[in-house]
Write a new protein. Structure first.
Lengths: 181, 153
């Protein structure tokens, strides 16, 4: 895990001060086999959310240059309903819209958003960004830049990489920051 | 519906599900998810203990494999992330072999599938066929993420 803290930005009446706390997950060699696994599974029909991929292409995140948010990243893109419709089709978008999942969740003073990234080594993955009190924590799932979504359940925020499934991460706030469990 | 005949153990979980899809086409079965792998669980736990050991101990219920992870970490604090992950993966594997539940639905050979279409008789036939092919089924009608079947091979 790498944790970095940017220098404090001076504020003015027109700008918000951000403190960026960045946490990177350990690279997952297992997750990097996602494409190999997907190709093995291509003969067994899969739901669209296991196959859709998005292109991390934005050079800015939350109004800031991507390098200032996560120095090791090359590009990132937040997921939107429009992107799901464009990449997975309107029927997929309709199916997603009928679930309780969201791409953007606000809870108390925290905001959670999901997206995909590409780092300077060319590795891709998914991320959830937790914004709280001017700071942003990035939690990642290395591998395919694919679908993910958030679900509020019993006062906890869950991060899923699928629908109609049982596997998810709980986003936990601890003394050392946010982490996945 | 195709009448299942031979019981030939599939090569892997994905082939098993493909067989089920072919034998029960009207059920509309899709693979909808995968279980967390042992490797991924090891990564999360390794990251946790390296970030905050006390928090790690407070997060996970006391168990022999947690103690073993903690002792290894204390004795190998200069180890790299990769070394820690590999060691934790081995610890988890041994713990599971000994019957410990490290995390619910932790598996390298499990898949979630969509709830099959059909009446109770059809669902029972599908589950029986999955069992005959060597896998177990947990029906999850009330899962928060959407109802599904969990198939472990």
């Amino acid at each position: 895990m790498w944790t970095g803290k940017l220098n404090r930005l001076l504020s003015s009446s027109r700008y918000t001060v951000f403190y960026f706390l960045i946490a990177l997950q350990a690279c997952s060699t297992d997750a990097q086999d996602d494409r190999a696994l997907a190709s093995t599974q291509s003969s067994a029909e899969q739901a669209w959310w296991l196959e859709v991929e998005f292109i991390p292409e934005d050079r800015a995140l939350f109004g800031k240059d991507i390098v200032s948010v996560v120095p090791h990243w090359q590009a990132a893109t937040l997921l939107t309903l429009g992107l799901i419709g464009d990449q997975a089709g309107q029927s997929a978008l309709e199916e997603f819209s009928h679930t309780g999942f969201q791409l953007d969740v606000e809870k108390d003073d925290e905001q959670y958003r999901v997206g995909v990234y590409k780092n300077r080594d060319g590795e891709n993955g998914r991320f959830v960004a937790v914004s709280h009190d001017g700071s942003i924590t990035i939690l990642t799932e290395p591998g395919i830049p694919g679908f993910s979504a958030l679900l509020m359940e019993s006062d906890e925020i869950r991060w899923y990489m699928c629908l109609q499934c049982g596997e998810y991460y709980t986003i936990v706030k601890g003394g050392s920051g946010y982490y996945l469990q | 519906m195709t009448t299942p005949t031979a019981v030939v153990r599939p090569a892997n979980i994905d082939q098993l599900i493909q067989n089920i899809q072919r034998e029960f086409p009207a059920a509309g079965i899709r693979i909808t998810g995968r279980a967390r792998t042992i490797r991924r669980q090891a990564e999360l736990m390794a990251q946790r203990i390296r970030a905050n050991r006390q928090e790690f101990l407070g997060t996970y219920r006391a168990a022999p494999h947690i103690t073993e992870m903690d002792r290894w970490y204390i004795a190998n604090q200069t180890a790299s992330v990769a070394q820690t992950v590999s060691e934790f993966e081995a610890i988890i594997t041994r713990a599971r072999a000994a019957g410990a539940t490290v995390s619910n639905h932790l598996s390298d050979t499990a898949r979630d599938i969509s709830w099959p279409a059909g009446n109770d008789q059809v669902l029972n036939q599908i589950e029986s066929r999955i069992n005959a092919l060597g896998a177990s089924v947990i029906r999850e009608p009330n899962a928060a993420g959407g109802r599904h079947w969990h198939v472990d091979w």
